[in-house]
Design a protein around this ligand. Structure first.
Ligand SMILES: Nc1ncnc2c1ncn2[C@@H]1O[C@H](COP(=O)(O)OS(=O)(=O)O)[C@@H](OP(=O)(O)O)[C@H]1O
Ligand SMILES: [Mg+2]
Ligand SMILES: [Mg+2]
Ligand SMILES: [Mg+2]
Length: 377
């Protein structure tokens, strides 16, 4: 298929629209959550959080992908689990949220039957996303809300949708509802800077959606759209590019906020030995990949504790967007991430690093090797 044709393929068109729709859903839930007593949040068996938004986005995306691509051979790999929802006190609120979202799908250019759904259909839609991916065929990969902790804290989060074909990520869409389109409006405490007061609301509070298609050599960003997402909406997209900074002293390191998700002490050692001087930018969710892709930071490092296996939905969309925007993403051994082996990034060497270019990447890999021996990881 020709380059341009694929860029406007049905898959990409539907994926971008559904992520816009999901972002609108998330914004409503986040607003209501922040003004209520947290009744829309549960803890899962592993003590991580799940909210009405996580379940609702997964159900809406599942229904829309089924409507467009048929439910027969549709494979979706996604984070949330239908059984857990069926036992949760969030179920009715999820049903209401799903119906509300589906009813506004036409505004986003999505056609879906607007017959209200009940609990069993919502559970079925979520349950349909229990594929485990693999090396053959096509698999949609969804993290309905990535950075749920950031989401409940009123901070950064992302909606991430990717398509894997024959084991390779071919399409990635990342919705970042709290990440302003305009550069420079987020400071190192992830707060919106004082520039905000002088920017008009439509310049900052919309957030953005980024997307990429494998092999295009470009990635794109659009402002989050609240009104009508017209057919020509792709015209509102502009291409994004990684930073051209090559000097480690000028590079910004991006990493998870929680020390449970990465070793801050290890990355501090690596940063020091690679000659990084700037304060790290700690940001929730795959917004870290978004920051690298559009040049707000140069390096994203993530070193989970031993025994934790990274999941494909936490990376697929972000990795492709960074790569197509000109960046390099590998494990700590310099090998590409393998999305072909099920729900986990099997065979990952130590950690993940996404860099704005080959020069910084090589320096960081070298620094990881020299720091590794003396680390306690
Ligand atoms: N122990 C451990 N180590 C590494 N990663 C883990 C771990 N536990 C969970 N997770 C996954 O981390 C996802 C959130 O990552 P973040 O980069 O957003 O982390 S942080 O909130 O900024 O600290 C989070 O994604 P969501 O559940 O979608 O929020 C998890 O999939
Ligand atoms: Mg996640
Ligand atoms: Mg999630
Ligand atoms: Mg989670």
């Amino acid at each position: 298929m020709a380059e341009g044709q694929f860029l406007f393929s049905k898959e990409l068109d539907v994926a971008v629209r559904v992520v816009h729709l999901a972002c609108a859903l998330c914004q409503r839930v986040q607003n209501s959550l922040l003004s209520s007593n947290g009744s829309q949040v549960n803890s899962k068996d592993d003590d991580s959080l799940v909210t009405v938004a996580d379940y609702s986005v997964q159900a809406v995306v599942s229904r829309i992908l089924s409507e467009y691509f048929g439910s027969q051979n549709l494979s979706i790999v996604a984070e949330e689990d239908a059984q857990t929802l069926s036992k949760s006190d969030l179920l009715q609120e999820v049903v209401n949220t799903v119906n509300e979202s589906i009813s506004e799908a036409p505004k986003f250019g999505l056609k879906i039957s607007n017959v209200p759904v009940g609990p069993s259909q919502v559970i079925e839609a979520i349950g349909r996303c229990s594929s485990s991916g693999g090396p053959k065929g096509r698999h949609w990969v969804l993290d309905p809300v990535d950075g749920t902790l950031g989401f409940v804290r009123g901070n950064q989060y992302a909606v991430a949708l990717a398509l894997i074909e024959e084991g390779r990520v071919v399409l990635g869409v990342l919705g970042c509802p709290n990440y302003p389109v305009k550069k420079g409006l987020v400071n190192h405490h992830h707060q919106l800077t004082s520039e905000i007061s002088s920017a008009s609301p439509d310049m900052w509070d919309k957030g953005c959606v980024m997307y990429a298609k494998r092999g295009a050599g470009k990635a794109w960003m659009q402002p989050l759209i609240h009104g009508e997402l017209k057919l020509d909406s792709f015209e509102s997209a502009r291409s994004i590019r990684v930073s051209s900074v090559k000097d480690p002293a000028l590079a910004t390191l991006c990493e998870p906020v929680e020390k449970a998700n990465t070793s801050h002490s290890f990355t501090e050692g690596v940063a020091h030995s690679a000659g990084l001087r700037k304060k790290p930018l700690r940001v929730y969710s795959m917004v870290k990949y978004a920051a690298i892709a559009r040049g707000d930071a140069e390096i994203y490092m993530r070193f989970a504790r031993a025994g934790y296996k990274e999941k494909i939905w936490d990376h697929a969309a972000g990795v492709l967007i960074v790569q197509e925007a000109g960046g390099v993403v590998t494990d700590a051994g310099g090998r590409p991430l393998d999305f072909s082996r099920g729900i986990y990034l099997e065979g990952l060497d130590r950690g993940i690093m996404a860099c704005s270019g080959a020069v910084l990447h090589e320096k960081i890999i070298g620094a990881v090797d020299s720091s590794w021996e003396c680390s306690l990881l």
